[in-house]
Design a protein around this ligand. Structure first.
Ligand code: AMP
Length: 305
């Protein structure tokens, strides 16, 4: 694995790895996995999917200050570069792009990206400026690293919708691939922020996945009203502070009253100082409703190793 800190080095390292891998045919040349580090099995699942589908895997590691609307959240965001390098190399990353902020942003730059209505609700409403920050950094990575496919988690459902639309609107020649949420063995969605919770808070946080799973079961039983599904999520669960529970269209993140199309039921809730998001995806087709609850790990996550 090559560790590089500039866009141009990352492109040439990926090009060299591609030529070393030989052959023109087969999977996509370069797959990109953008991350903010402190890797866990959620990130590793994106890397292994990219490994299967691409000849070269580039992972970016950058804690993007512009997407944190609260500066204390940025300061406390877990970081461990050595650990991330080891895990990325083990998982088969060819190029680890870890830029300093001066490489990502120039003090004189003036371009901004406004992702539009897709980000007005949910995370966009609760975290002003967050999606503008995500859109700008992801656009730079998509434009600057020469990848043909980029892998993102369904865990950040509205972000995935926003990135798909941005890539389409701006005509990036890149396929955006959405991957299932990886969960700890008790159901809690993996997040680098999980390590910031006390044992007591972590136990309370289980209400989030339990609520979503109860709603998923109701949907599988035929319930289609968004109001009812939202109430099922929070019913008798008051150990977390619910911020929103919404049923949203996968295509444009608009709010739905009825589950009648590909959608996701998304929540944000806080436990103590830690704000968590989670969701379940509903895919509708001729075979009826398919619920994607994500994938549950069998043992303890490497977050705690
Ligand atoms: P982050 O480092 O939190 O910015 O996440 C980097 C990428 O990993 C994003 O595409 C996330 O959606 C994805 N990701 C984060 N947590 C999970 C998870 N538990 N399961 C699957 N993907 C995840």
């Amino acid at each position: 694995m090559r560790v590089v800190s500039s866009f141009s080095e990352a492109r040439s390292a990926a090009g060299e790895a591609y030529h070393r891998s030989g052959g023109e045919e087969g999977p996509a040349p370069i797959g990109l996995v953008p991350t903010m580090g402190f890797l866990h099995e959620g990130h590793l699942s994106l890397i292994s999917r990219a490994r299967r589908e691409c000849r070269v895997v580039t992972m970016s590691l950058y804690v993007n200050p512009r997407q944190f609307n609260v500066s204390s959240d940025f300061d406390r965001y877990p970081r461990s570069f050595e650990r991330d390098c080891e895990l990325a190399a083990e998982a088969g990353v060819d190029v680890l792009f870890a830029p300093p902020t001066s490489e990502m942003y120039e003090s004189t730059e003036s371009t901004s990206i406004h992702p539009g209505p897709v980000t007005r609700t949910m995370e966009g409403a609760g975290r002003p400026g967050h999606f503008e920050g995500v859109a700008l950094v992801v656009a730079k990575l998509l434009a600057g690293l020469g990848a043909q496919r980029a892998y993102f988690g369904r865990k950040d459902a509205q972000q995935l919708t926003m990135i798909r639309r941005m890539a389409r609107d701006l005509r990036f020649p890149i396929e955006i691939v959405g991957c299932p949420t990886i969960r700890e063995s008790d159901g809690l969605a993996l997040s680098s922020r999980n390590i910031l919770m006390s044992a007591h808070e972590r136990e309370a946080a289980l209400e989030i996945s339990r609520g979503l799973w109860a709603a998923a079961l109701a949907a599988e039983g035929g319930e289609r009203s968004a109001d009812v599904l939202r109430r099922v999520v929070t019913r008798d669960r008051s150990r977390v502070a619910w911020e929103y529970v919404e049923l949203a269209d996968q295509d444009d993140a608009s709010m739905l009253d009825v589950l009648d199309r590909p959608s996701f039921l998304a929540v944000a809730a806080s436990v103590g100082e830690v704000r968590l998001i989670d969701n379940v995806f509903f895919d509708t087709g001729s075979d009826g409703l398919a619920v994607d609850r994500g994938i549950v790990l069998e043992g303890p996550s490497l977050l705690y190793r």
